[in-house]
Ligand binder design. Structure first.
Ligand SMILES: *Cc1c(COP(=O)(O)O)cnc(C)c1O
Length: 391
């Protein structure tokens, strides 16, 4: 087994540098309070922004779909046909996003792997924010396209880099809408302006903007009122939607081409009827009321204001994603461990998810939290922060 020794060495290195991820096990459903590794804890790290992952109406929509459609899709959509449910979801998503058409994928990750290689290839250039999500990076690798990284949320740098490549055959600018480790928002109006000047295609990955930004959670394009100005929107249904799945939204010709060429669409089975029905129910819920989105934002302001008062550095967040900056990866892990001992589930995040020396506790607010929950958690943050010399 000598030939596999390097695996042990790799794991040993991760452990030594404090970067070995401790994957905790959850029993039962999602919510503000969950059972983690056998212990009841306040959940401060899920992407279940609106609490829809365990919503009774969404669950019953999924149960009904299992009755009517069974549990599995039985093959990929191009070969065995697609269900009326998938079509209904895509129609409703397009309306919700205010675009002509949408096409669903198994996940947001798959949506990026499908759309980027469909749009660009070897002859083209992608301009990519340096903090873009891994699935965008991998999508570019699959496309074998040239990638020019511009400084994070920096339109001046984008402008000068795109100017240097102005004669490239096809130019695609890609940005996360909300950056998942920082919580800041892409300067989309400036990006769109630059794109127009250089005739570049624009693409935004709205994974953390869905259900969070814009009117009733319609996302970043709605937030900036840029309808019709962004060519490609990628979304996920595994975060605020509380289910699973991804999609690409834009023009009808874009989604038509993706149904012909998007490899995860062609060569991997679709999500199940239960998932799709649950996603449809989520869109219906968001269309009916913005109460959950409002509650998410009031919790966000409550938590972030108080954390700043105790002098925690929470970076440049503009959204419910709250990076509590620690710095050293091992200290961040200790912090997370101590929080867990007190009954608070908030994971530390280190390299390679964030740069070396920028380890943090990433707190995710949710509409499911009560102000009492948050006040109680903040008290423990303060106590542990003082003990570890962070505040
Ligand atoms: C989470 C995330 C994804 C992946 O979405 P999944 O549906 O979980 O695969 C893609 N892009 C961004 C920016 C994300 O934050």
């Amino acid at each position: 087994m000598d030939k596999l020794n390097f695996i042990n060495e790799e794991l040993g290195k991760l452990k030594k540098s404090g970067l070995l991820i401790n994957i905790r096990t959850i029993e039962g459903h999602q919510g503000a309070w969950i059972t983690v590794d056998g212990k009841k804890a306040l959940n401060l790290c899920s992407n279940n922004y609106l609490g829809l992952a365990n919503d009774p109406e969404i669950k019953s929509a999924a149960q009904k779909a299992i009755e009517n459609y069974g549990v599995g899709p039985a093959a990929v959509r191009t070969i065995a046909g697609t269900t009326t449910l998938h079509k209904e979801l895509e129609r409703k998503l397009a309306l919700f996003k205010g675009v002509e058409s949408a096409i669903s994928f198994q996940s947001g990750f798959c949506a990026n792997l499908a759309v980027i290689p469909t749009i660009v290839g070897k002859e083209d250039v992608v301009f990519s924010d340096e903090l873009n999500h891994a699935s965008i990076i991998d999508g570019c690798r699959l496309a074998k396209t040239r990638v020019v990284r511009y400084k994070h949320c920096n339109p001046e740098d984008l402008q000068s880099k795109i100017h240097a490549e102005k004669d490239a055959s096809r130019k695609l600018i890609i940005t996360d809408g909300v950056f998942s480790m920082e919580g800041d928002i892409a300067p989309l109006p400036e990006i769109v302006e630059i794109a127009e000047k250089y005739d570049a295609i624009t693409m935004v990955d709205d994974a953390h903007g869905e259900g969070v930004l814009g009117r009733g959670g319609r996302g970043i394009v709605d937030h900036f009122n840029l309808h019709g100005k962004v060519d490609i929107e990628v979304g996920t249904m595994s975060k605020a939607f509380g289910v699973v799945g991804g999609y690409v939204a834009g023009t009808k010709i874009l989604t038509d081409l993706l149904a012909q060429k998007g490899r995860p669409f062609l060569f991997s089975s679709a999500v199940t009827a239960a998932d799709v029905a649950a996603c449809i129910a989520v869109v219906d819920t968001l269309n009916k009321s913005d109460d959950l989105v409002k509650k998410l934002w009031s919790n966000t302001r409550f938590f972030q204001d108080r954390m700043k008062q105790i002098r925690f550095n929470i970076g440049n967040t503009k959204t419910p994603i709250t990076p509590v900056m620690i710095g050293d990866a091992r200290t961040a892990r200790d912090f997370s461990q101590k929080l867990f001992e007190e009954g608070i589930f908030a994971q530390s995040i280190g390299y390679p998810t964030v740069p070396v020396g920028k380890a943090r506790i990433r707190v995710m607010l949710s509409a499911t939290h009560s102000e009492e929950d948050l006040t109680w958690a903040i008290g423990h943050f303060e106590k542990i922060g003082m003990a570890l010399g962070i505040v």
